[in-house]
Design a protein around this ligand. Structure first.
Ligand code: FAD
Ligand code: DLZ
Ligand code: SF4
Length: 508
């Protein structure tokens, strides 16, 4: 009897555990575009289009390789609207009762699949370097789960950038070389862009009709939607941008949205690229002398270090992780995150680029939109929903630890040893946003003072009990305490007044 083999929209890899375990002559691959997945948050239209188009092309490639695929298009009249519903419908159609699934990247869906009244076998998703058991073993008994030590294990395990038992060029981490401010000119012309083919065009029309009101511009649409395109995008990045990736990793520019970033996270997360093919390409370029060690190491660390580590935390911490709120922040997400007018140039540009590209690079997410939400005391659950919705690469296993943990400190410090907060000075150093902002980054109080300056002290003051004793934050509190009492009072009341204006819906 045939079994059903579920392949989700972010499992588009021929080496997927479920496909490896299946019998291509007898089993039926089930793929489904469904309303439930397309609307658990208001996904950016580009993200939905990317997933649907990539799913359709992956299904075609499976058929060409001899698989029988039962594919539900979004508008199929019999489409039940959920993954569980489609499994039941296909089970009925093919008289199957056994289902093989590869573990989804979200607790919500894992739980939904466990409840399906069929015999569901859930295989671990082994497209990652570290299994759940391996991460648990690493975490066991440690007082602090710091990424750096986990990363070294992954270097040893993969042999990437290793010289025998030692790290290549003598150091595990070259991060201190990777903090150059924004350059005057960027030599990389940006990620490879693809003209929509017939499959993509059809999906774009569908998404426009069904999700046209979601936040985000659908067109122009230029993402890769299959493996061979994604590989070409990767090659262009390695050749043209990786050499400078390290140097300008943290920089931000008004005129350039991508700088030297790879813009491959959506391809990697959906399964169009593999961890090892990306990292080996970077290592090869370093071995060939085309890329300096700070760039190759910095880039590989993001993938085998940060990406694997945050996934480990998501599964270790369990389904309630997205509801954590250690700092009891409860302000509603302001409208400016959805494109409402704001005078803050950095926020306006980060949101504008998010709306147009479904992409912002790490420092824009962490030190602009994330920093602002943390300083302003926004409810982390709403911040989490926003990040999950607006980026093409957003799947909960990777988005939630980055947002709840790294960015909002809502997990109480599991991921971040101190909150990622900064005043306007950091944004000014790393970008050219402040030059054309209505606020003055050097003004600390009163009319025109940069809100990041006001809110920074407001944050530290209101969370004094929690952070005063943090060794990495002592300097901040000493600076605050050295200010004269009257000035401190003014900063706090200006911050309060500014927040009140924002809450009242004024353009701030
Ligand atoms: P590059 O800067 O070129 O880095 C190369 C690759 O490293 C990325 O493609 C990505 O796969 C990996 N990587 C880098 N940093 C991280 C990280 N912190 N966690 C996991 N992988 C990383 N990344 C996602 O893939 N999905 C998300 O939903 C997501 N949400 C985020 C939310 C917040 C609040 C923050 C601060 C970060 C988030 N990140 C997320 C991490 C990071 O911002 C993106 O991976 C990166 O911006 C993707 O762009 P890129 O491909 O140009 O990355
Ligand atoms: C994100 C997404 C969207 C928008 N649509 C679908 C879909 O219609 N069908 C599907 O199988 N997967 C989709 N996905 C990806 C899933 O939401 C993702 O597999 C889970 O969130 C787990 O990571
Ligand atoms: Fe952002 Fe402040 Fe700079 Fe304006 S002055 S761009 S609000 S950091």
């Amino acid at each position: 009897m045939s079994r059903l083999v579920l392949v989700l929209g972010d499992q588009l890899s021929p080496e997927l555990a479920g496909l490896q375990a299946a019998d291509r002559a007898a089993d039926i691959v089930v793929m489904a575009e469904v309303a439930e997945e397309a609307s658990y948050v208001g996904h950016h239209p580009k993200k939905i289009a990317f997933i649907f188009a990539s799913m359709r092309k992956f299904a075609a490639s499976l058929r060409a390789a001899g698989w029988q695929v039962a594919y539900s298009e979004f508008d199929d009249s019999e489409n039940s609207g959920s993954i569980a519903g489609e499994l039941l419908r296909r089970a009925d159609q093919y008289e199957a009762s056994d289902v093989v699934v590869t573990e989804p990247g979200e607790w919500r869906l894992i739980e939904a699949l466990r409840d399906v009244p069929l015999k569901v076998e859930m295989l671990e998703d082994d497209r990652f370097l570290a299994s759940h058991a391996e991460f648990e073993r690493w975490a066991e008994g440690r007082k602090a789960l710091r990424m750096e030590y986990f990363y070294r294990e992954m270097r040893r395990k993969t042999g990437l950038l290793m010289d025998g038992d030692n790290p290549a060029e003598g150091k595990w981490n070259f991060d201190h070389e990777n903090r150059k401010p924004a350059p005057d000119e960027v030599s990389f012309g940006g990620p490879m862009q693809f003209t929509p083919d017939e499959v993509v065009q059809e999906v774009l029309d569908l998404v426009e009709a069904r999700f046209g009101d979601n936040f985000g511009d659908l067109r122009p649409f230029w993402f890769a939607t299959d493996r061979s395109q994604a590989r070409r995008a990767l090659s262009k990045f390695i050749r043209e941008a990786l050499p400078k990736f390290g140097d300008f990793q943290d920089a931000m520019l008004m005129e350039n949205r991508f700088l030297y970033h790879a813009v491959i996270s959506m391809y990697l997360n959906a399964g169009l690229l593999t961890v090892m093919e990306i990292c080996e390409a970077a290592q090869d370029a370093w071995q060939a002398g085309d890329v300096p060690i700070n760039a190759a190491e910095g880039f590989i660390r993001q993938i085998i270090g940060w990406r694997e580590y945050v996934r480990g935390i998501y599964f270790l911490e369990g389904p309630d992780y997205t509801r954590r709120n250690a700092l009891t922040h409860d302000r509603d997400l302001p409208w400016l995150y959805w494109g409402g007018e704001t005078k803050m140039q950095c926020m306006a540009r980060a949101v504008e680029q998010t709306r147009e590209e479904a992409y912002a690079h790490h420092i824009q997410r962490l030190m602009v939109t994330g920093n602002f939400a943390l300083l302003a005391g926004i409810d982390p659950a709403q911040v989490h929903e926003w990040y999950l919705a607006v980026y093409a690469d957003a799947f909960e296993w990777v988005e939630a630890p980055n947002t709840i943990g790294m960015s909002q400190y809502a997990d109480g410090g599991i991921i971040a040893s101190k909150p990622y907060v900064s005043s306007g000075a950091y944004i000014n150093r790393m970008s050219n946003y402040c030059k054309s902002c209505a606020y003055s980054v050097t003004t600390k109080t009163g009319e025109g003072a940069c809100p990041f300056n006001l809110l920074y002290w407001h944050f530290l003051d209101r969370h004094r009990d929690r952070f005063e004793g943090n060794a990495r934050m002592g300097n901040m509190y000493r600076t605050w305490d050295r200010m004269d009492a009257e000035r401190r009072k003014t900063v706090l009341s200006d911050a309060q007044a500014w927040l009140a204006r924002m809450e009242a819906g004024e353009v701030v």
